[in-house]
Design a protein around this ligand. Sequence first.
Ligand SMILES: *[C@@H]1O[C@H](CO)[C@@H](O)[C@H](O)[C@H]1NC(C)=O
Ligand SMILES: *[C@@H]1O[C@H](CO)[C@@H](O)[C@H](O)[C@H]1NC(C)=O
Ligand SMILES: *[C@@H]1O[C@H](CO)[C@@H](O)[C@H](O)[C@H]1NC(C)=O
Ligand SMILES: *[C@@H]1O[C@H](CO)[C@@H](O)[C@H](O)[C@H]1NC(C)=O
Ligand SMILES: *[C@@H]1O[C@H](CO)[C@@H](O)[C@H](O)[C@H]1NC(C)=O
Length: 316
Amino acid sequence: MKVLYNKIIQKIFIIICGLFISYYLIYFQLKRNIINISSNIHVVDLYATTPAKFQCIKTKKLLNNISTTICLHEIKRDKYVSGAYGDSISIWEEKQVTRILQLLTRHPHLHLIDIGANIGTYTMYAASLGRFVLAIDCFAPNIIRLRRSIQLMNLFNQVVLIQNAIFNHSGQSLRLSIDTRNIGGQRIHLLNNYSYKYNLSTKNPYIVKTITFNEVLPILNAYGIRSALMKIDIEGSEHFVMEKGNQIFDTLDIPFIQMEWTIVKQYINRVKLILDFFNKRNYDPMTDSCQILNQNEYTQWPDDIYWLKRNTSNFC
Ligand SMILES: *[C@@H]1O[C@H](CO)[C@@H](O)[C@H](O)[C@H]1NC(C)=O
Ligand SMILES: *[C@@H]1O[C@H](CO)[C@@H](O)[C@H](O)[C@H]1NC(C)=O
Ligand SMILES: *[C@@H]1O[C@H](CO)[C@@H](O)[C@H](O)[C@H]1NC(C)=O
Ligand SMILES: *[C@@H]1O[C@H](CO)[C@@H](O)[C@H](O)[C@H]1NC(C)=O
Ligand SMILES: *[C@@H]1O[C@H](CO)[C@@H](O)[C@H](O)[C@H]1NC(C)=O
C-alpha cells in the first residue's frame, strides 16, 4: 500500500515538474523572440498608466452584438475621429469598420494589422471580436487613449501596440505636422534633413521615431500569426508600408487591405510604387462594392480603396 502511494506521489511530482519545464520553455521561447526585435521598435507597455484624464465611452453595437470601449480626444481638438462618436449612436467610419468585422466573422482564421490605429476604432472592435491585433500609431496622445481602452476591455493578450511611424528607413526622428483641430490629419514632414534636425531624447509628441514595416515580422511570428487583414490610414505615408514590407507579404497570407487613398494619390512616385507592388503580387484594386478600379484613373479612385488578392473567395 505504502509503495503504491509513494509511486503515485512520484508520478504526480514528475508531471508537475514536466508542466513547469514546458511552461518555462514556451515562456522563454516567446520572450526571446520578442526581445530579439529591432531596438527602434517601441512596444507599448499595456499595463502602464498615465495620469491624463479623458473620456472613454462604450460604443455602438455593430453586427448586432459586437461592442467595445473607445477613449476619445476632446472633440474640439479632433473634430473628425473623436467627433464621430455619439454615445451608442455613431462611430468613426462605421461602414468600413462593419465591413472588416463581417470579413473577420466570415474568416475565423484572420487577424488584423492596423496601421495608423489612431484612437483604435478598428483595433478595439477586432480585438473585442476575439482576434489578435497588431496596432501601430506614432502619436503619443493616441497611444495613451488606445492603451486605456485595451485596459478597460481587458484585452492585454490580444493587442500588441507599437508607437512608431512606418518609414523606409529605421531609427530616424521625423517631425509630425501639428493640427490642433484634426489630430487624425497629422502627417510626417519629409522636406528637410529629417535625420539630424531634431533632438532624439526629447519628449515632444510631434517628434516620432521610425521603423520599417518589415521590422515587425518577428512580433507577428512570435504570436503565430499566419493570416491577417490590414487597414492602412497614415496620411500619405501608405507607400512606405509596401516599400519596406516585402518580407511580411512574403511570409503572411494577407488577402485583403483597406487603404486610405486621399492623400497618397497626389504623389505619382508613391502611387507607382504601390501599384507595382500589388500588381506583382496579384492583387486588384477595388471599390467598397467590389468594382475593380481602372489603374489609369487612379486620381479618380475613392478615398478608401481595397486591395484584394486574386483567387481568394468569399470576400466580395
Ligand atoms: C454574437 O453573436 C454570435 C451569434 O449569435 C455569437 O456566436 C457570438 O459569440 C456573439 N459575440 C459576442 C461578442 O457576444
Ligand atoms: C525614403 O523616402 C524618402 C522620402 O520619400 C526619400 O527621400 C529617401 O530617399 C528614401 N530613403 C531610402 C533609404 O530609400
Ligand atoms: C544632414 O545633416 C547632418 C548633420 O548636419 C549631415 O551630417 C548629413 O550629411 C545631412 N544629410 C543629408 C542627407 O543632407
Ligand atoms: C537633447 O535634449 C536633452 C533634454 O532636453 C538634453 O539633455 C540633451 O543635451 C539634448 N541633446 C542634444 C544633442 O541637443
Ligand atoms: C487564379 O485561378 C485561375 C483559374 O483557376 C488560374 O489560371 C490563375 O493562375 C490563378 N491566379 C493566381 C494568381 O493564382
